[in-house]
Design a protein around this ligand. Sequence first.
Ligand code: ASP
Length: 313
Amino acid sequence: MAAQRVWRNRSLVQTLGLSESDVRVVLTRAQELKKMWLGWKGSEFPHASLKGRTVVNLFFESSTRTRSSFELAARRLGGDVLNFTAETSSVTKGETLFDTARNLEAMEPDLLVVRHASAGAPLQLSKMIKVPLINAGDGFHEHPTQAFLDVFTIEEHRGTVKGRHVLIVGDIAHSRVARSNIYLLKTLGARVSVCGPPSLMPPSIEKLGVSVFHDLRKALESADVVMMLRIQLERQNQMQFPSLGEYSKFWGLNAETIGSLKEKAIIMHPGPLNEGVEISQDVATGSYSVIMDQVRNGVIVRMALMDLMVGHD
Ligand code: ASP
């Protein structure tokens, strides 16, 4: 049977529930676009599939990498981008998310990219409007494009994720990155483990099919991929561990703890980094780290998604 080549869903709200072939369509298109990108020397990227299309970036929560990466991705494909941030919009005058979106919809954009502090807001929006939508992170629910770029980066460095041991370390309870990655990695057949302070571990996490480690050094010994997470202080009512120094001592990656790693292991981080807390500066820039590749691939993977969702044939 021929491999699936098209994106069959209207929007991308979460990685939960995506089929393996849905995921492979995106990863394959990203590979094709990356090849094109690396071989490209001219002034205008040859694959202008978003020419005449308008992408609206609707960010109700701050972002550096994600927002600029969506913008760059749309522009590389020849699209127009409208950036809309909550601080400079009528949201500050009391306009609701849905009013804002309906008004933007009336301007007939082709794609909405939405980040919101409330889990579930992009899903609600996608049900109320007809424009395709990509979730760029909602509360501690999901951040699907981050998981796509993470898997793409892992496969570039280590081949298929199937059967690989991916260890996610840190604030699992508040992390949308962890959730989206767990679903996507499990769909592709990876072995996923989590490690972190018990107070930052969601209850019944094992039900997602992941194993739990309480000893970081032990967990590192068998990991092919280590994903470090930022402590999401903004999503905690109170700090759920004694101090950042204490956290770093038990759950941080540094010159000493990486001594437990396999030779070919890779270290990832979605950014922004809390240097000296979950990861030391020398480890973040050292030979195991693929963090800058994640940032580069973020643009490519978002190009692939936009191309598949709203690009011209
Ligand atoms: N940039 C990621 C996110 O938006 C990770 C983080 O903020 O820690 O979820």
